[in-house]
Design a protein around this ligand. Structure first.
Ligand code: FAD
Length: 454
């Protein structure tokens, strides 16, 4: 059963006459471990209706490019076959998500939607609520603890957030039972004026979309729940044990690689957590700290702070200290082109940039170093922030995510404390190349990236 805390009626409309229950899938793009899907399936059985799952694919999603669309479409193709196995029709329409749901809701008894926290996602849901003639129910499906249950306000740091969320975690970390549908909808005819996107040939679909093609797809990560589960198996079997000690070492890649899949909702954080908890590994807590506390702190920030795309979201001490040091002399100032093409004096930074450009995912520890250097090597904190966010969102498969906005702002002092004052950084935490050399086999990381490049 879906926990009631995940469910929210977005309007007060009564059930209406109709042919089906509609699940408007937006952020939870998966057929398993998906509370919104199970809630919609149980409603369909209760109302003796079929269940239809709809996804609206817009060509205009901010900052999305070919790399992101390819990964998402690979996931949607995988999802379609999983839904068919569950006797559910899956309809992908080429339109803004809100437009398609309004059209399909005309024949629906009720509509269920998952939850997104970014401004665009919230706006789509608000837009639909205004015009829809049947109930619209939101089911929060991509966090362990629902955001308002974890905390009622924006939290200052991981320490304050951890105290609030920890006592809530256990009751939300429970397996989700799959509902078997009484009625098969796979052969249901649904004609709309909006073109349908067939998913058989992804390259063909991509060639017809009017999207930004400046970033190619990456062969290193293929989209879809089945690929997410393969990475999860590999992580739990081979890497989890070393996670606590080795996760920061960029030369080892001892990470889960779950972030692109979490970003597109192709895997559930509850499922990942339960899988990890089912082991005896001494690294369990270290991993759950990242997956639940850190990730959901980012959701807390995006949900409660409308300035999440701005340096104004920093704590007062960070705003003040960065202002005081804004005009400090810099040894290096790089243009966007020099940064984007990895032409700096620093081989470690260049390797990190190339990892992101070529693989679509930079190692977590290097992301911190990469963002910090941006502050040091551009003319102002504002320029550094804009450049970091632009590159992060353009190349990372997991970019354009609550974690991305939070991670970039962390480099400027968000969720951190004041440190010893120094040039350019003021009291914001500093990182340097000596730290990388001292702690890791960083030259071997550089070599690995060079070999990918060639
Ligand atoms: P693992 O270490 O295996 O962790 C498992 C999961 O825990 C991750 O998938 C992620 O959901 C969560 N997690 C791990 N580290 C963090 C963290 N520091 N903050 C919040 N959650 C975390 N993450 C993104 O998902 N998208 C981004 O665009 C993004 N941009 C970042 C930019 C900068 C400058 C920084 C400093 C961090 C950024 N992060 C981002 C956070 C973090 O680096 C990545 O989530 C992590 O590297 C993903 O790799 P993984 O799944 O293999 O991580």
């Amino acid at each position: 059963m879906v926990q009631p805390e995940r469910i929210k009626n977005l309007n007060e409309k009564p059930l209406k006459e109709g042919d089906y229950v509609l699940y408007w899938m937006q952020s939870s793009q998966r057929a398993h471990h998906n509370p919104a899907l199970e809630y919609a399936a149980s409603k369909a059985n209760q109302l003796q209706k079929q269940l239809i799952v709809y996804f609206g694919l817009t060509e205009k999603y901010p900052e999305a490019n070919l790399r992101h669309y390819n990964f998402m479409l690979e996931g949607l193709k995988d999802l379609k076959s999983s839904l068919i196995k569950r006797n559910i029709k899956f309809l992908v329409l080429k339109c803004s998500p809100n437009v398609g749901v309004i059209e399909l809701s005309k024949r629906a008894v009720m509509v269920v939607v998952d939850r997104g926290y970014l401004k665009e996602q919230v706006k789509w849901r608000e837009n639909v609520v205004k015009v829809i003639e049947c109930p619209l129910v939101q089911v929060e499906s991509d966090v362990v603890v629902p955001v308002e249950i974890a905390s009622f306000k924006e939290e200052y740091s991981s320490a304050t957030f951890r105290r609030r969320i920890k006592p809530q975690i256990e009751r939300f970390l429970v397996p989700l039972k799959e509902v078997s549908l009484d009625r098969n909808s796979t052969s249901m005819e649904l004609s709309t004026k909006i073109p349908e996107i067939p998913l058989e040939d992804i390259d063909e679909v991509l060639s017809r979309l009017e999207i930004d093609r400046s970033v190619p797809k990456t062969e290193h990560f293929r989209g879809g729940t089945s690929n997410a589960l393969k990475f999860l198996d590999e992580f739990v079997e081979d890497k989890l044990d070393g996670f606590a000690e080795l996760r920061n070492d960029p030369s080892l890649d001892h990470l889960s690689n779950m972030s692109p899949y979490l970003h597109f909702g192709q895997i559930s954080p509850v499922h990942i957590a339960l899988r990890v908890m089912g082991t005896e590994s001494h690294s369990r807590d270290a991993f759950l700290e990242e997956l639940i506390v850190r990730r959901e702190l980012a959701v807390n920030f995006i949900h409660y702070n409308p300035n999440y795309r701005s340096l104004d979201a920093l704590p007062d001490w960070a705003i003040k200290t960065l202002k005081e040091h804004e005009h400090d002399g810099r040894n290096y100032i790089y243009t966007l082109e020099e940064l984007e093409t990895a032409h700096t004096h620093d081989p470690y930074w260049n390797a990190a940039q190339m990892e992101m450009v070529l693989k679509g995912k930079m190692h977590g520890y290097m992301r911190m170093y990469w963002g910090k250097k941006m502050l040091e090597w551009t003319e102002s904190p504002q320029k550094a922030f804009e450049t970091a966010l632009y590159l992060n969102n353009k190349y990372e498969l997991d970019g354009r995510d609550p974690n991305g906005y939070t991670g970039v702002l962390w480099c400027f002092g968000k969720h951190d404390r004041a440190w010893k004052e120094r040039k350019i950084f003021g009291k914001v935490r500093y990182m340097n190349a000596n730290g990388l050399k001292r702690k890791f086999k960083i030259d071997s990381y550089v070599e690995d990236m060079r070999s990918i490049e060639t």
